[in-house]
Ligand binder design. Structure first.
Ligand code: G3I
Length: 472
């Protein structure tokens, strides 16, 4: 069994916390199928809900926040994995050549152990945040210093790291699909595999990851990484996982899940390693979509958000799951609901929020006339967005959601007097789609549009974000 070995005298902790690393170890060590079988239970924290799905849910942390009680209470309550945002990087751990400082990293590891969390290691080699002395080296001198760094740091933390980002951000942006120019790259194209071999020798129990950004969809950069991983697997270079940072703006690549899957199909785990999402109309929907994609890929072993609260983020666009006071944001609820398979332990309302647009299912103009068509609109508290389930009917303002008789793909959905027909019965599917009993077609935002007023139709079910709806 891989990893998560603990020192012989762990600090005292509650029984529930004490079993968490073992539970996670058992769930995470299997490499392949990670499906959890007890899904009837719905967790009430990110970590607990992810663990029920055989995954971890982590946050990047900094020890300079450890004296902030709000920060610590959210961290300890919600997360079962941590990564050092800065404290395990080269400039922090080897400020002078051959002089190592593990104080920050050790503090994070010991906090994790005391609180039943696993630890991701970030990062052994990166072109950025190198100490000044390394920036001035080149050639074999730099290569030797870099490999020695990998060996020393991985040895120091041996047995305490679930997965290491051995190499970070080594591929170029743009369409080349090639490596990024850097002092490390100029030591020879084999520097990455040399780093992975050194890391494996130093800590055989840690999963070894390659980590990068702008590789979240299928594009030339991610394909460059894909080709490297395929080559490593073919030649026996030790690589176990690929990290997808997922620093996202106001949209998510449509092939996000397919991209994770193609890497998993190479025989490596995949992890979402630095997730944060711009706060816009659809922050919650994008967070939900990322979570859903990870759950749908059996080798996606966990998700890490890059910070705890908005004020802890390196970004200024409020990209995280908690506001500065530590309150849960709608994005938090969307992630938790998704982890719980749509079962919200703390229901927040009867609206149906579309994942693709972030907008809510809405009766046009709040009209109650038969035949009034459905649209998407900004979520609000009006009665024309409040749906209650009555059997398989979805009632709104005393009427029923209705696919007109003889509806075909493209037919607009409307409201009509409730009469109990199959065209007024709807099924909530496990993948968050809602299908019509009569036609078998799914509730769909026409053309995957996102604007207010876009039409809601029935269409052949494909599970895309414009067909996924979460209670909000
Ligand atoms: O601690 C010093 C402080 O003493 C000094 O006065 C101040 C002056 O600028 O700098 C402080 O250090 C900063 C450090 O964060 C800690 O706050 C560095 O300047 C700053 O460069 C550093 O930024 C980090 C950045 O990586 C470095 O490139 C961010 O916190 C961190 O979130 C970010 O994380 C990266 C991942 O490692 C890799 N993927 C992208 C991600 C976001 O950029």
């Amino acid at each position: 069994m891989k990893n998560l070995r603990h020192p012989t005298s762990p600090p005292r902790r509650s029984p529930a916390k004490a079993i968490m690393p073992l539970l996670l170890a058992g769930l995470l060590a299997v490499g392949g199928a990670l499906t959890f079988t007890g899904t009837a239970h719905a967790g009430t924290t990110l970590g607990a809900s992810a663990a029920e799905k055989g995954r971890y849910f982590g946050a990047a942390v900094g020890t300079y926040k450890f004296s902030d009680s709000t920060y610590m209470s959210v961290l300890n309550r919600e997360f079962n994995s941590v990564v050092a945002e800065n404290e395990m990087k080269w400039d922090a751990t080897e400020p002078q050549r051959g002089v190592f400082n593990y104080s920050g990293g050790d503090r994070i590891v010991s906090h994790a152990r005391a609180n039943g969390m696993i630890v991701r290691g970030h990062t052994l080699l990166w072109h950025a945040q190198q100490p000044g002395w390394a920036q001035g080296l080149s050639g074999s001198d730099l290569r030797n210093a870099a490999i020695n760094h990998v060996t020393q740091v991985a040895t120091h933390f041996r047995g305490q790291i679930y997965a290491w980002d051995v190499v970070n951000e080594a591929f170029a942006d743009g369409n080349s699909g090639g490596r990024r120019d850097s002092n490390l790259q100029r030591t020879g194209n084999d520097w990455i595999e040399a780093a992975f071999r050194a890391a494996r020798a130093a800590d055989p129990g840690a999963k070894l990851c390659y980590n990068d950004y702008n590789t979240d969809g299928i594009n030339p950069k991610s394909t460059g990484v894909y080709n490297m991983v395929r080559d490593f697997k073919a030649r026996g270079v030790p690589i176990d996982c690929v990290g997808f940072q997922s620093h996202l703006g106001t949209s998510i690549p449509s092939d996000y899940q397919a991209n994770l899957q193609r890497f998993a199909d190479l025989g490596v785990d995949v992890q979402i390693t630095e997730l944060d999402v711009a706060q816009g109309a659809n922050q919650a929907g994008i967070y939900a979509a990322v979570t859903r994609a990870c759950l749908a890929v059996s080798r996606c072993t966990g998700i890490t958000v890059w910070g705890v609260r908005d004020c802890d983020s390196w970004r200024s666009d409020n990209p995280l799951l908690f506001d500065c006071a530590g309150n849960k944001k709608p994005a938090y609820t969307a992630v938790l609901d998704t982890l719980n398979g749509g079962t919200n332990p703390n229901p927040t309302g009867n609206r149906l929020r579309n994942e693709g647009s972030g907008r809510c299912l809405d009766v046009t103009g709040a009209s109650t006339a038969n035949g009034t068509q459905m649209i998407i609109w900004d979520c609000h508290s009006g009665a024309n967005q409040q749906f209650t389930q009555n059997g398989q009917a979805l009632q709104v303002m005393g009427k029923c959601l209705d696919a007109p008789p003889n509806a075909t793909p493209g037919t607009r959905v409307q409201i009509w007097d409730c009469w109990g027909g199959a065209n007024q019965q709807w099924v909530f599917n496990g993948n968050a789609t809602i299908s019509n009993v009569q036609t078998g077609l799914c509730l769909d935002v026409n053309g995957a549009a996102t604007a207010n007023g876009s039409a809601v139709i029935v269409w052949t079910c494909h599970g895309g974000a414009n067909q996924r709806w979460v209670r909000a």
